[in-house]
Write a protein that binds this ligand. Structure first.
Ligand code: CP
Length: 341
């Protein structure tokens, strides 16, 4: 494989999408493709036999934590976890840097989520092993953006399209949504991209990020109305009101349910092949109902393909950072158990 990217991946921490150039993204995606038989349990590989992932999640997570852990297991490695402040010595006043010095003695690589922007980079600065940002406050969620774009690439490929010329509508809490912040940075690497940003004014995309996107050549329009903004796009990317970033539930309630998408709205306003995405969790409570369950039978709803693709992308990141991509197949064997896939 010819690889001409900018990142020296071996031993690198992944803290921000800003680290990457376009060739790096293509490299990760092509390695992710090669992980498919292992993620589908058609083959087993033990290439990371003996390696330990420290999975440190100081904020709630279902997908990212289990997906990183499963990806490491699928490559043959073991996972040790801390979940929540109260179960760690951070609750006793230990600094993030001391925690990093300790935990990096126990692990070969660390994934971390933390509610404060910049915290994962702070932790990584004291770690002796690579650290992957699993989400730091409202700042970034780079592995989510990678799996989102990998999903978009796959969905568009089925329509004979590539990532250049992509048209996306991002909807919801664009101020606090770290997934859209990372995704916007990622889209800056591609050509002829147009982005519709749909949010209440108070929850708009940070202006510096909008400026950066425009400077990178992205056509950006901002609106607080969903219907006209989803009419001519390839991807509708819905997001949740990030209640945990508000001072109270009441404040979040002011915005919850503002942008609902259901099958009737989709049929009336979207092009026939518009793909519906969401980083998940979607807020399915009646007062929010961001993506109505009547969309669940819509073949263009890609939300669970996103989560499946997350496994591939995270396996690719581990494989590249720990420099075993060329050995994955060498340490492979047959699956012995019933596989319903
Ligand atoms: N998309 C995402 O980050 O989901 P979790 O919060 O469940 O990890």
């Amino acid at each position: 494989m010819v690889y001409g990217g900018s990142v020296e991946f071996k031993g690198a921490s992944i803290l921000s999408i800003s680290q990457f150039e376009r060739a790096d993204i293509d490299h990760i995606f092509r390695v992710a493709d090669r992980m498919e038989p292992y993620a589908q349990r058609q083959r087993i590989t033990r290439v990371l036999d003996g390696a330990i992932l420290g999975n440190m999640f100081f904020e709630a997570s279902t997908r990212t934590r289990i997906s990183f852990g499963s990806a490491f297991n699928l490559l043959g490695g073991e996972v040790r976890e801390t979940v929540g402040f109260e179960a760690s010595a951070l609750a006793k006043g230990e600094s993030l840097q001391d925690t990093a010095r300790v935990l990096s003695g126990f692990s070969d690589i660390i994934c971390m989520r933390h509610p404060e922007s910049g915290s994962v980079a702070d932790f990584a600065s004291a770690s002796r092993v690579p650290v992957i940002n699993g989400g730091d406050g409202s700042n970034e969620h780079p592995s989510q953006a990678l799996l989102d774009l990998y999903t978009i690439e796959k969905e568009l490929k089925g329509l004979g399209r590539s990532l250049d010329g992509l048209r996306v509508a991002m909807i919801g809490d664009l101020k606090h949504g770290r997934t859209v912040h990372s995704l916007c940075k990622l889209l800056m690497l591609f050509d002829n991209v147009s982005v519709q940003l749909v949010s209440p004014k108070e929850l708009a995309m940070p202006s510096n990020l909008v400026d950066d996107m425009r400077e990178a050549g992205i056509s950006v329009e901002e609106s607080d109305k969903i219907e006209p903004s989803i009419s001519h796009v390839d991807i509708v990317y819905s997001t949740r009101i990030q209640e945990e970033r508000f001072s109270s539930r009441d404040e979040a309630d002011l915005y919850r349910g503002r942008f609902r998408l259901n099958q009737a709205i989709y049929t009336s306003h979207c092009e026939p092949n518009t793909v519906i995405m969401h980083p998940l969790p979607r807020d399915s409570r009646a007062e929010a109902n961001e993506l109505d369950s009547d969309l669940d039978s819509n073949p263009n709803l890609a939300i669970f393909r996103q989560t499946d693709n997350g496994l591939l992308v995270r396996m690719a990141l581990f494989s590249i950072i720990l420099d075993v991509t060329h050995l994955v197949d060498k340490y492979a064997s047959e699956v012995r158990w019933y596989n319903p896939r």
